[in-house]
Write a protein that binds this ligand. Structure first.
Ligand SMILES: [Cu+2]
Length: 298
């Protein structure tokens, strides 16, 4: 099962033979890094929202409640769904979900196992940049109980907290800026370093890391101390003969990339975006932002 450090998995129940998942779009107060809170929008209390896990062939209902003051939708990014379930009103017949309303997105999971995402497709410069997005994993049934195997999801986001002067990290609760935003906080699974959670590994593990990006910027993610193989792109597996060996992967907006490495070099190893100001908190010289570490437990 894929783990999203610091983010819950979305539970499900059964309704008429379908897996029923419930998401609530809502305003949240979210801590980016020590004492810096934002008024964000998320699902079920977090941004990214809870990670959804499904299997190929699952019949699913994603019941989306709207507790926002404005209408919204959810788009199932990369999934092959009927037009009316794709979540892009009014271009598609898919509906808006008004404040206080809900909508059932119903379809069968037709994609292969891999890494996908979900996000609002209404007023996206506001709603997506406010945090309305999450991860969706089509799990591989035969990998569920594999030994010495770690599988992590890292969703990349950026935030415009423009009430703070450059370099200032005064604690408080801040509004986001959606008008000519200057992105000055950068997160992995909703947190800036040093509040990001490490990826724990043990020597001998095979480690897969899945990256996803919905928002405004592209993030070249670099891993220290290891080489990785690129094993998946936008949800689809890359056959062994076509895999690149790299240590930096550019995760452009809208993309997911899966990489895999052997844990064979003990230590505490940085894994971070390589854009210099993306590894700061509001330009402060201390290390921050889209930065975490791969930590060997043994
Ligand atoms: Cu970046």
């Amino acid at each position: 099962m894929v783990i999203t450090p610091g983010i819950h998995d979305l539970p499900f129940t059964y309704e008429n033979g379908c897996k029923l998942f419930e998401l609530t779009a809502e305003e949240i107060r979210w801590e980016l890094v020590d004492g810096i809170f934002i008024k964000a929008w998320g699902y079920n209390g977090s941004t990214p929202g809870p990670t959804i896990h499904v299997f190929p062939g699952d019949k699913v209902i994603f019941r989306v409640y709207n507790h926002l003051p404005v209408r919204t939708s959810v788009h199932w990014h990369g999934l092959e769904v009927p037009n009316i379930m794709d979540g892009v009103p009014p271009i598609e017949p898919s509906p808006y979900i008004g404040p206080g309303e809900f909508f059932d997105y119903r379809f069968t999971i037709c994609n292969p196992p891999g890494t996908y995402m979900y996000h609002s497709h209404v007023a996206v410069p506001i709603q997506d940049n406010a945090g309305l997005l999450g991860g969706l994993i089509v799990e591989e049934p035969c990998l569920q109980h594999r030994k010495n195997y770690r599988d992590y999801l890292c969703l990349l986001q950026e935030w415009a907290v423009n009430a703070l002067p450059w370099g200032d990290l005064t604690p408080g609760t801040y509004n986001l800026n959606f008008v000519k935003p200057r992105f000055n906080f950068f997160t992995i699974n909703g947190r800036c370093y040093p509040k990001t959670l490490p990826l724990d590994v043990c020597c001998g593990d095979t480690v897969r890391v899945r990256f996803g990006n919905i928002q405004m910027h592209h993030h070249p993610i670099h891993l220290h101390g290891h080489q990785f193989q690129v094993v998946g792109a936008d949800g689809f597996p890359i056959p062994p003969t076509a895999r690149l060996c790299k240590n930096t992967i550019l995760v452009a907006s809208g993309e997911t990339w899966d990489v895999q490495f052997q844990a064979n070099n003990k230590g505490i190893w940085p894994m971070h975006c390589h854009m210099p100001h993306h590894v700061t908190n509001n330009g402060n010289p201390a290390v921050g932002g889209m930065f975490t570490t791969v930590n060997y437990l043994s």
